[in-house]
Design a protein around this ligand. Structure first.
Ligand SMILES: Nc1nc2c(c(=O)[nH]1)N[C@H]1C(S)=C(S)[C@@H](COP(=O)(O)O)O[C@H]1N2
Ligand SMILES: [Mo]
Length: 257
């Protein structure tokens, strides 16, 4: 896989400017004054965005009629490992989500366990920094419910998502995809671990059996092929130390839209 980082970086700026920073915030989008300020503020820090948008502001949700007929698969669309191939063969019956790190009770949850928990369905727009968007219907378990089951240990600050795929082959193993979010986003009502898309089981191209949806952030935050969730107080010692595969390669950790 080769990526042109410069082009992707350029596109971060242009796609944010084109879609407007607050597309997910209906009330504030009405205000052109606020919008103008935000259009100029591509470099807004996470703190500034959090001040302007309440912690529970919802990303816009759409109707069934808005669902994109084609939803591009991006980045890894088929993890290249024997373990993963074996798991797809038996429809992920042996797959387990590991929840560990700074938790009171580490968990091992099967797909059936996750499907037995309360679910949320949402139709949202996915915005990739490469300059494309698509609307899809996602079904999954709210991440907060899974974290409540595990119980956080004092001091936990971030949830790190460990994925099954290597997006880049590197000798030191740093090409493994991973992502992280803070606990505000972890408990946001639209942050779900999705196992369904557009009324069917999640397909391999889109991250089967489980992918993160964190609707107020850009596409690269939405980790696919999630195998484990690790609670940490810092991601300094994980891979490149910046909190995600693309973050280690120069992207912003907080990719608010
Ligand atoms: N594990 C993993 N997650 C990933 C990626 C990836 O390559 N590997 N790509 C990211 C990017 S850049 C985007 S835009 C979305 C694409 O999701 P899709 O394939 O469902 O369109 O997944 C994100 N999550
Ligand atoms: Mo992306």
């Amino acid at each position: 896989m080769s990526f042109d980082l410069t082009r992707r970086r350029f596109l971060i700026g242009s796609s944010v400017a084109a879609t407007g920073l607050l597309t997910g915030c209906d009330a504030m989008v009405e205000s052109t004054a606020v919008n103008d300020i935000l259009q100029k503020a591509e470099g807004l820090t996470m703190g500034a965005q959090r001040l302007l948008m309440s912690q529970h502001t919802l990303a816009r949700e759409f109707s069934e009629a808005d669902i994109s007929p084609v939803f591009k698969g991006n980045g890894t669309t088929q993890p290249d490992s024997e373990d993963y191939a074996r798991m797809t063969e038996n429809k992920f019956a042996d797959w387990k989500l590991v929840v560990n790190g700074m938790v009171k009770t580490p968990l091992n949850l099967s797909l059936a366990d996750l499907k037995a928990m309360p679910s949320r369905t949402q139709i949202t727009r996915h915005d990739c920094v490469e300059g494309w968007s698509a609307i899809g219907k996602w079904m999954g378990v709210p991440l907060g419910l899974v974290l409540e089951k595990a119980g956080l240990a004092p001091g936990a600050r971030y949830a790190v998502f460990h994925c099954a795929d290597d997006l880049e082959q590197t000798l030191d193993g740093s090409g493994r995809y991973y992502e992280s979010i803070d606990l505000v986003d972890a408990w946001h009502p639209q942050t779900i671990l999705a196992y369904g898309m557009n009324g069917r089981d999640l397909e391999v191209a889109h991250g089967a059996p489980l992918r993160l949806r964190v609707e107020r952030q850009l596409g690269y935050k939405h980790a696919k092929y999630v195998m484990g969730i690790e609670l940490v107080d810092s991601f300094r010692n994980i891979a490149g130390g910046k909190g995600g595969f693309w973050e280690d390669r120069g992207y912003e950790w907080y990719a608010g839209i």
